[in-house]
Design a protein around this ligand. Sequence first.
Ligand code: NAD
Ligand code: TYD
Length: 354
Amino acid sequence: MKNILITGGAGFIGSHVVRRFVENYPDYRIINLDKLTYAGNLANLKEIEDRPNYTFVKGDICDFELMCELFDRYDIDGVIHLAAESHVDRSIKDPFTFARTNVLGTLSLLQAARLKWEAKPEKYEGKRFYHISTDEVYGALEFDSTLFTEDTKYDPHSPYSASKASSDHFVRAFHDTYGMPTIVTNCSNNYGPYQFPEKLIPLFINNIRHRRPLPVYGKGENVRDWLYVEDHARAIDLIFHRGRVAETYNIGGFNEWRNIDLIKVIIKTVDRLLGNAEGTSDDLITYVTDRAGHDLRYAIDSRKLKEELGWEPSLQFEEGIEKTVRWYLDNQEWMDNITSGEYEKYYEDMYKNR
Ligand code: NAD
Ligand code: TYD
């Protein structure tokens, strides 16, 4: 494969994937298609924007004509699809946008790939459509239940996870119906540089810096399984090249944290790196009304990926969180640019009456 279309490459995970592919595969042409919603930011890709094997196209995956045109223009033979609306709280306020982008957008991309690939003499040979999804499609675990495997039944609870589940089903349907060589992966919560400060970790780092309250949903007892974003990008690279067609792979960190325990680690790390006395920011913890339908626990069993392709997370959590906090504190300009403009309105809408 030579011409790779990566969607959502200006977002958090997408920017790490684009950077990795542009740097590691100079023979590939990487086309990054992104709508540049509030979550898309070309500053995430500064280091590689002038590379000869990189092209950026601003556009919407729902624009079927544009998707078809891109396949023709760049002779696309591999797709890594990350473009999505990705924040649960936003999906609770505005589910239609999630259905549009995550479901109809994915369908538009699949249909364009199908029509263009089926029209070629070699058809699907050497082609690959890789869809990036989330562990949230599996629903919620109890504290004492076993981890999500690739065979866990889908049971999404939020409009976000319902829309991602739907898109996963469409991708598998295109394999089963048309023979498209598809792969789906379901990953746990990512953290690291370039994440939009609506998600827990960058939001809290930024709030501590500005001495703003840290809104802990409910009792802070929900559990998430955290994976460093570059480990996810490495898994995507491996699976794109060596994963088996029509398979699903779970990707996770074997790294479960109760929110409140994680928050205490973040506070401690930020205070230390800012030179504050230990405990300076503890008073910012503020318990607020819980998220509607808040899933209790997510945790991924990624043994299949380890057994088949040898992938394991490379970074210990303590090291990952230190790197992450350091990055946000060293890149305050990046954060300040993002949090100017519309951000205050978002923040007020989301947290005013909580
Ligand atoms: P993000 O919100 O940071 O980035 C999404 C990107 O998609 C942005 O650049 C945005 O501009 C672009 N986009 C949105 N709608 C678009 C449209 N209609 N057309 C073209 N581009 C559009 O998301 P992320 O956290 O980087 O997540 C990327 C993917 O990984 C998503 O599919 C998400 O469901 C999945 N995922 C995320 C996590 C996580 O912890 N963040 C975990 C597992 C899976
Ligand atoms: P988030 O980063 O939104 O990821 P997801 O909901 O996809 O897992 O949230 C991670 C956890 O942190 C989740 O249990 C909700 C909780 N949370 C808070 O307690 N306060 C907040 O302000 C946010 C954004 C999240």
